[in-house]
Design a protein around this ligand. Structure first.
Ligand SMILES: NC(=O)c1ccc[n+]([C@@H]2O[C@H](COP(=O)([O-])OP(=O)(O)OC[C@H]3O[C@@H](n4cnc5c(N)ncnc54)[C@H](O)[C@@H]3O)[C@@H](O)[C@H]2O)c1
Length: 340
C-alpha cells in the first residue's frame, strides 16, 4: 500500500508543533520537472471537472477598481492536499512601488489532522502552472497545423509561456510578441530569442500579431475596468485564443462568435461575471478544459473553428503542486522549519 502523504511529512516535521517555511527561491530551487507539472495540471483540471475536488469559487475583495485580494481554498482528496491561497493583484505596483502586480502566499494543511504544515511563496508555482495550463489548452484546442504563436503581454506570466511552448505547439515555426511597453518587448526578445529554436519577432502592431497568430495568448492586466483593445475584425477564422487575463483585451463580439468557449471552472466563471470582471455580455462557456481531457466534451472538430480558452486559474492547480514541493523540500532539507 502507498505510504500516506501525511506519514511522509511526519518523518521530517512534528505536525501540530512545527511548520515548514519556503521562500520563493526555495520553491524555485526545487524545480519540479516540466513533464511532471504538465501531468499534475491535466490531473487537477480533470479531477476538478469530474467533481473529485472541493473548491469554492474565489472570494474577491476590492480596495479599488485596479486592485483586488483573492482568497482561494482547495481540497484534493486524491492527492491528500488541502490549503488556501491568498493573492494580491495591484495593477499599479510597478509604477508606484517598483513591485510586480501579483503576490501570492500558500498555506498548506495536513490532510490527516487539519493542522498547518507549510507556509510558502505561491508566485513561482502560479507563474509556472499558468503557462503550462495555457499549453495544455493549446494542445487540446489548437489546430494541428498551428505554426505561429503570438504572445501579448510580456510580464512574468507571458514570458514563462516561452519556457513550455513545446508542450502546446509541436509544429512551432515562429513566435510573435507584443506589449504596450517597448522595454518589455526588448527584454523578452533578449532573454528568449537565443533559447528558442525558432525566430522570435516583435510584431509591428497589436493588429499584426492578432491577424497572424495561429495560437494567440494574452497575459496583460485584468481589472474591473475592462478595456478591450483588440478589434473583432482582426481575429481570423480558425484561431485559438488562450488568455490568462480574462480576455480583457478582446471585444465581447469575439467571445460571442467563438465556436467553442472553454473555461477551467464554470462555477468560477459565473462568479467572475457577477463580480463585473467582463466587459459587455459574454456567453455561458460550452465546457471546462477538464471535461475535454476526460473525454466528456469534444474539443476542436474543424480547422475553421474560432476557439477561446479562458482558464482563470484555480486553487486546485496550485494545491496539485504543493505536495510535490513539500515532499522534495523535506527530503532535501530545503526551507526552514519553524515553531508553530
Ligand atoms: N489565469 C490565471 O491562472 C492567472 C494566474 C496568474 C496571473 N494571471 C494574470 O496574468 C496576467 C499577467 O500577470 P503578470 O504577473 O505577468 O503581470 P505583469 O504585470 O508582470 O505583466 C503584465 C504585462 O502586460 C503588459 N500589458 C498591460 N496592458 C497591456 C495591453 N493592453 N496590451 C499589451 N500588453 C499589455 C504590461 O506592460 C506587462 O508587461 C495578469 O492579468 C494576472 O492577473 C492569471
Amino acid at each position: 500500500m502507498n505510504e500516506r502523504f501525511s506519514d511522509k511529512i511526519r518523518k521530517h516535521l512534528n505536525i501540530g508543533k512545527e511548520i515548514l517555511y519556503l521562500s520563493r527561491e526555495d520553491v524555485k530551487k526545487l524545480s519540479i520537472p516540466q513533464e511532471v507539472l504538465k501531468d499534475q495540471m491535466e490531473k487537477a483540471l480533470m479531477m476538478y471537472s469530474l467533481g473529485e475536488t472541493q473548491m469554492p469559487a474565489k472570494s474577491h475583495v476590492f480596495p479599488d477598481s485596479q486592485s483586488v485580494y483573492i482568497g482561494m481554498p482547495a481540497l484534493i482528496p486524491g492527492m491528500e492536499s488541502a490549503g488556501v491561497k491568498w493573492v494580491g493583484a495591484y495593477n499599479h505596483n510597478m509604477r508606484d512601488y517598483g513591485l510586480p502586480s501579483l503576490s501570492a502566499m500558500l498555506m498548506v494543511s495536513d490532510y490527516a489532522t487539519g493542522w498547518p504544515v507549510a507556509v510558502m511563496d505561491g508566485v513561482h508555482i502560479m507563474e509556472t502552472r499558468t503557462p503550462m495550463i495555457a499549453m495544455v489548452s493549446a494542445m487540446l484546442l489548437g489546430r494541428k497545423n498551428s505554426e505561429v504563436f503570438g504572445m501579448i503581454g510580456l510580464g512574468r506570466e507571458g514570458c514563462n509561456h516561452f519556457d513550455v511552448i513545446e508542450f502546446g505547439i509541436p509544429n512551432l515555426k515562429k513566435v510573435l510578441v507584443w506589449d504596450v511597453s517597448e522595454a518589455a518587448m526588448d527584454r523578452a526578445i533578449e532573454l528568449y530569442s537565443s533559447k528558442l529554436s525558432v525566430p522570435m519577432e516583435k510584431a509591428a502592431s497589436l493588429e499584426e500579431i492578432v491577424r497572424n497568430s495561429d495560437i494567440l495568448a494574452s497575459a496583460t492586466f485584468f481589472s474591473t475596468d475592462p478595456h478591450p483593445t483588440i478589434k473583432d475584425e482582426w481575429v481570423p477564422e480558425g484561431q485559438t485564443i488562450i488568455v490568462t487575463d480574462l480576455h480583457s483585451q478582446f471585444h465581447p463580439d469575439t467571445i460571442n462568435r467563438a465556436d467553442l468557449y472553454v473555461v477551467d471552472s464554470m462555477e468560477q466563471q459565473k462568479h467572475l461575471v457577477e463580480a463585473g470582471y467582463f466587459y459587455g455580455e459574454i456567453p455561458v462557456p460550452n465546457c471546462e478544459l477538464g471535461h475535454i481531457i476526460a473525454g466528456r466534451h469534444e474539443g476542436r472538430t474543424s480547422d475553421k473553428q474560432l476557439i477561446v480558452a479562458n482558464p482563470s486559474g484555480m486553487a486546485v492547480d496550485d494545491f496539485a503542486v504543493t505536495p510535490l514541493v513539500i515532499e522534495m523540500a523535506l527530503e532535501k532539507g530545503v526551507g526552514k522549519i519553524l515553531p508553530l
